[in-house]
Design a binder for this molecule. Structure first.
Ligand SMILES: [Fe+2]
Length: 324
């Protein structure tokens, strides 16, 4: 049977952060991403904000989304068996600008390099590891608020880095289940590329999963708790492609692949990978982020999630204040 490659690119990466205001200011002011949606987590009976940041339209692979957890009091443990850090793409020529900008905002910045790519490493105020990677051939259209000109702005996700105790268990999952190609090794890192990122004429940003061998670290939390990446979502074209991913995973033995869940702006299935990280394969709804707000009003008002519609007053009174 011919193998097909339904996983296209990252769709969004979702983090459990600290206070809502601190998180909002970090993403919209320091990183100058656009706030494209303010809603709440669809799961559970205690409301938790769900904030979306990205480009003008909140397009796939530009989205970083957060659950600010400080109000809940729930903390998580960082470690291995989880996505451990997030790489975002900036133009190669913008590295100097970003080093200065991040430092001026009081962040400790460290330069590093992986797979020949130059990166600036720093942390979200809640301790999560971030990276800006200088990429020459990324043609995704960034948001610009005027303070960071578009020619220097963040383009979207570049890679996620999954921390593992061993590489071997992830290989079949990635190459068969996630239709990726193992393309390179660099020290303790192994790189997989999926979608058309492995082709000769396409940039790889937004289509990379790196695995970092870190057997010395403790097992990270999988729950919602401050200070960890919760999951990474990947775009598939339609329900047929999504069903194909689920069927293939179940054929490999991942019978815990979830049913399809309606997330308002996309429909998702979830699977716990052998590395421990939670992956999501998602289909954007027609209209994407504009299903409940006009393009020029994206992110300007709070959207009550459907599971909480009968508790709107309670939800709004409970959630911590957020100025925007
Ligand atoms: Fe998600």
């Amino acid at each position: 049977m011919a193998a097909t490659a339904p996983i296209r690119r990252h769709h969004h990466i979702t983090l459990c952060t600290g206070s809502a205001q601190e998180d909002y200011d970090f993403h919209t002011q320091v990183l100058s991403l656009k706030s494209v949606k303010k809603t709440a987590l669809y799961d559970g009976d205690v409301p938790i904000y769900h904030l979306y940041f990205g480009n003008d339209l909140g397009e796939e692979s530009t989205l970083v989304t957060t659950f600010p957890m400080r109000q809940s009091g729930r903390k998580a443990r960082r470690g291995t068996g989880q996505v451990r850090w997030l790489s975002l793409s900036v133009p190669s020529s913008a590295i100097g600008f970003w080093r200065k900008r991040l430092t001026e905002h009081g962040l400790a910045v460290r330069e590093s390099s992986r797979f020949g790519e130059r990166a600036l490493q720093f942390q979200h105020p809640c301790g999560l590891d971030y990276e800006l990677v200088g990429i020459a051939d990324d043609d995704r259209k960034p948001y610009s608020n005027g303070e960071v000109p578009s020619e220097l702005a963040i383009r979207g996700t570049h890679a996620i880095v999954v921390s593992v105790r061993e590489h071997e268990t992830s290989n079949e999952f990635m190459t068969v289940g996630w239709s990726a190609q193992r393309v390179a090794e660099d020290g303790r890192f192994v790189r997989y590329v999926f979608g058309d990122g492995a082709g000769p004429h396409s940039g790889q940003s937004g289509k990379i999963v790196d695995f970092a061998l870190e057997p010395e670290l403790p097992q990270a939390s999988w729950t919602y708790g401050e200070g960890i990446v919760h999951h990474c979502a990947f775009q598939v074209d339609d329900y047929t492609a999504q069903d194909q991913v689920k069927f293939r995973l179940e054929g490999l033995g991942y019978t815990d692949c979830s049913e399809r869940k309606d997330r308002g702006y996309f429909d998702s299935i979830y699977v716990r990978t052998p590395a421990g990280a939670l992956f999501e394969a998602t289909v954007s709804k027609p209209g994407g982020m504009t299903v409940d707000e006009k393009v020029d009003q994206l992110g300007t008002s709070f959207q009550i999630p459907p599971p909480f519609r009968h508790r709107t007053k309670e939800l709004m009174e409970y959630l911590e204040p957020l100025n925007y």
